[in-house]
Ligand binder design. Structure first.
Ligand code: FE2
Length: 159
């Protein structure tokens, strides 16, 4: 941790950095999972799902930057290394054998739900710790994750 003039104690900053870093690993994994879906989806709905997954990837890319830059704003070192992400992520592993649209939609939904649940829990954690701004970051990401999950689940809710 770097020294900082920010008016939050080193304890609060360290706690928030650990939570933000955990979600940064998840978000980096999530970002890669959305490309996995974007590249490999097959079937009648190929084109619109190919586009949808790329659009969600774009949203997650913004999450990654927001999380990493909150880490550095608090005096931490943002760890975006692929090797660290591989062990640090809490998301389920993306199925390599997913083929049709529905399999990809279910895999992406599972990843979004896992990310959304973790980030939602972090809202209260950060609030209780006395870091309202980090709680606000988590709130923004949580709300946007719910929206992206809606776009995915709408394809699975017709029946
Ligand atoms: Fe592409």
């Amino acid at each position: 941790m770097y020294a900082s003039r920010i008016d939050l104690s080193a304890d609060i900053r360290e706690t928030s950095v650990a939570r933000l870093q955990a979600r940064l690993f998840d978000a980096l994994d999530l970002e890669a999972q959305l490309k996995q879906a974007h590249w490999n989806v097959k079937g009648r709905d190929f084109f619109q799902l190919h586009e949808l997954f790329d659009a969600i990837h774009g949203e997650i890319e913004a999450f990654v930057d927001t999380l990493a830059e909150r880490v550095t704003a608090l005096g931490g070192v943002a760890d975006g290394r692929v090797s660290a992400t591989a062990t640090g992520t809490g998301l389920p592993t993306y199925p390599l054998d997913a083929r049709a649209g529905e399999a990809h939609l279910r895999a992406v939904a599972a990843a979004l739900v896992a990310f959304g649940a973790a980030v939602r829990a972090n809202i209260d954690d950060a609030t209780r710790a006395g870091d309202a701004d980090t709680a606000d970051v988590f709130t923004e990401l949580s709300r946007e994750t719910d929206k992206q999950l809606w776009f995915v689940e709408a394809h699975l809710q017709a029946d």
